[in-house]
Design a binder for this molecule. Sequence first.
Ligand code: FPP
Length: 258
Amino acid sequence: MLNKFRLWKKSTTSSTLRDKINEIKELPVPEHVAIIMDGNGRWAKKRALPRIAGHHEGMKVVRKTTMLANDLGVKTLTLYAFSTENWKRPKNEVEYIMKLPAEFLGTFLPELVKNNVQVKMMGYKDQLPVHTLRAIEKAIEETKNNNGLVLNFALNYGSRAEILDAVKLVLNDSKNGILKEADLNEEVFSSYLMTSDFADPDLLIRTSGEIRLSNFMLWQLAYSELWFTEVLWPDFNEEHLLEAIEVFQKRQRRFGGI
Ligand code: FPP
C-alpha cells in the first residue's frame, strides 16, 4: 500500500511539473539562460561531507537542468563551471573539478547526442588539463551537427580577461588596417568576445544567496534579467528553474527605454 501511494505521489508530482512546463511554453522563454552554479561547498559542509561531494552532486544537477532547458526550447544554456580565479582553491578541489567534465560527458554524452544538444565551451583552453580538454573537445565534435539546445560550459572563464583580450585584438586589427575606428561599435566589439556565436543572456540565475557577478559575462549581462535564489546549486531542481523563468516572463524588459 505504501509503495502504491509513493508511486501515485511520484506520478502526480511529475504531471504537475508537466503542466507547469506546458504553461511556461505558452509564453516566450528566455533564449539564453546563464547560470552561476554556486553553493556546492556549503551543501557538502551542511552534510559533513568533503567539498568535492558537493561538486559531484552539482554535476548531476547540470544534467537535469540541461534536459529541462532543452525541453522548454531555451536556445543556449551557459554554465559557469570554473572561473579564472578558481585556480586559487586547494589543489585537490581543483583537480576534482577538472575531472568532472570527463565524468559528466563519459556518462551523459549519449543522452545529450540523442536529445539534439550541442556542447560548446568558452574559456582559456590552454591552461586546462589535457584530460579535461580532450573530454570537452570530443563532446563538441560529436554534437557539432545537433541543432537543439547549446550547452555552453564556461570553464577557466573570466570576463575581465576576456574583455582585455578583445581590446588587444581590436587594437591589432586596427593597426593592421582590418578595422577602422569609425567602424567600431558595440556589435563589432561583441564579435571579438568569446561569446561571438551567442546572443546575450536574457536571464542570469545565481544560486546560494550570493548577490554578485563574480567576473561572469560582465559585458554580455548589461541588459539581462537577474534572478537570485538562496537554494544551493546541488538542491536546485526543475521547479526552481521553472520559477526563475516564470518570474522572467512577468518582467517587463525596457532595454533603457520606457
Ligand atoms: C561554486 O560553488 C561551484 C564551482 C566553482 C564548481 C561548479 C561545478 C559544478 C557544479 C560541476 C560542473 C560540472 C561539469 C559537468 C563541468 P562553491 O564551491 O564556491 O560553493 P560554496 O560557495 O558553497 O563554497
